[in-house]
Design a protein around this ligand. Structure first.
Ligand code: UT7
Length: 327
């Protein structure tokens, strides 16, 4: 079986910038606190007429261009998102229509901030089995529509964006996705969830008043879990490929909190310079964060053929994963 290569990447961040200073006017917080505790200085907010599939389209087009792939050549579209255009159908369905990717079957993956690493791993299975020759993987979120703008524990963290990658079989058997390692712990679900609006608690006027349709999080617990889980999965991914951390050229990590990233890097023994960081500009864009970072690093010319890249992400579920790619 051939490996899967990432043959094109793209990303999109909405134009509107919301700074920490802007947030000081909404909740009891300060630029200093947010920068020190999270590393975030500003985040992007989608325009009123932008839905998740619009952001996804804006990330997918440059990815397809870089991959010299036409939309109608795509066999498969997998979108990681928890803020799709509507509960049904999937964001991927709208994206497929907007792209004109008539041949592709398309679906969403619900793994929150781990959505794009889950999507990558799923698409990889189709490519390696020969079922698909071209796959589009997208992570997209419009989280600013589902955060409680009065909750300083969460509203300072999140932003909107999209990242995309086009996958195909690798021409070189030594290059491409070497392995992906996915994990879940549903017992930790209450640490980070949107409790209302689903079949358990359908939304009522009362539920809306209680903001049950907004993100609720125990940040401290998620923080501790994230450091532990991402460290463990890094070791697992390295060991599976007989690699040491010193051999890694890059870490592309979900940007949730600079202190989580630093703690994981320190525990696995990788210097910060090897990790692409953009949390300062975008905050936590959930499933978009990993492919946005990958695209930025790629377009900055950081990823050279043969480089070893460790990808890491964790989010609600809890769900997390690590993957190793030889670029
Ligand atoms: O995408 C994956 C999922 N999410 C994450 O990975 C997020 C993980 N968690 C975190 O990033 C951090 O836990 C936070 C950034 C959310 C919070 O940072 P922390 O250092 O864990 O702060 P804390 O929750 O322990 O709060 C410390 C203090 C509290 O005050 P008291 O109780 O000590 O008086 C909070 O009320 O900071 C207060 N606080 C704030 N102060 C100013 C909490 N949020 C804010 C705020 N501005 N925005």
């Amino acid at each position: 079986m051939s490996r899967t290569s990432i043959i094109g990447t793209g990303s999109y961040a909405p134009a509107k910038v919301l700074t920490n200073r802007d947030l000081e006017k909404r909740v009891q917080t300060s630029d200093e606190w947010i920068v020190e505790r999270t590393g975030i200085r500003e985040r992007r907010v989608a325009a009123d007429d932008e839905a998740a599939s619009d952001l996804a389209l804006a990330a997918a087009l440059p990815a397809l261009e870089l991959a010299s792939t036409r939309a109608d050549e795509l066999d498969l579209i997998v979108v990681g998102t928890i803020s799709a255009d509507m509960p049904m159908p999937s964001c991927a369905a709208f994206l497929q229509a907007k792209l004109g990717a008539t041949k592709a079957f398309a679906f969403d993956v619900s793994a929150a901030c781990a959505g794009s690493i889950y999507a990558l791993s799923i698409a990889d299975q189709f490519i390696r089995s020969g079922t698909a020759r071209r796959a589009l993987v997208v992570g997209v979120e419009v989280l600013t529509r589902i955060v409680d703008w009065e909750d300083r524990n969460t509203c300072i963290l999140f932003g909107d964006g999209a990242g995309a990658a086009v996958l195909g079989p690798s021409a070189d058997p030594d290059r491409g996705l070497l392995s992906a390692h996915l994990h879940s712990d549903g017992r930790a679900a209450p640490m980070l969830w949107i409790p209302g609006g689903g079949s358990k608690t359908p939304l009522t006027h009362e539920g809306l008043d209680q903001k049950l349709n907004k993100v609720a999080m125990n940040g401290k617990e998620v923080f501790k879990y994230a450091v532990r889980a991402l460290t463990d999965v890094s070791h697992e991914a390295l060991a599976a490929n007989g690699l040491t951390a010193a051999q890694l050229d890059h870490v592309i990590a979900h940007q949730a909190n600079i202190r989580i990233i630093d703690a994981v890097l320190q525990r696995i023994g990788v210097p910060r310079e090897k990790c692409w960081l953009n949390i300062e500009k975008y905050g936590n864009t959930s499933s978009a964060s990993l492919p946005m970072s990958l695209d930025e690093a790629n377009r900055a010319g950081k990823l050279r053929p043969g480089d070893l890249v460790l990808m890491l992400a964790i989010g609600a579920g809890l769900a997390w994963g690590g993957a190793v790619v030889r670029w």
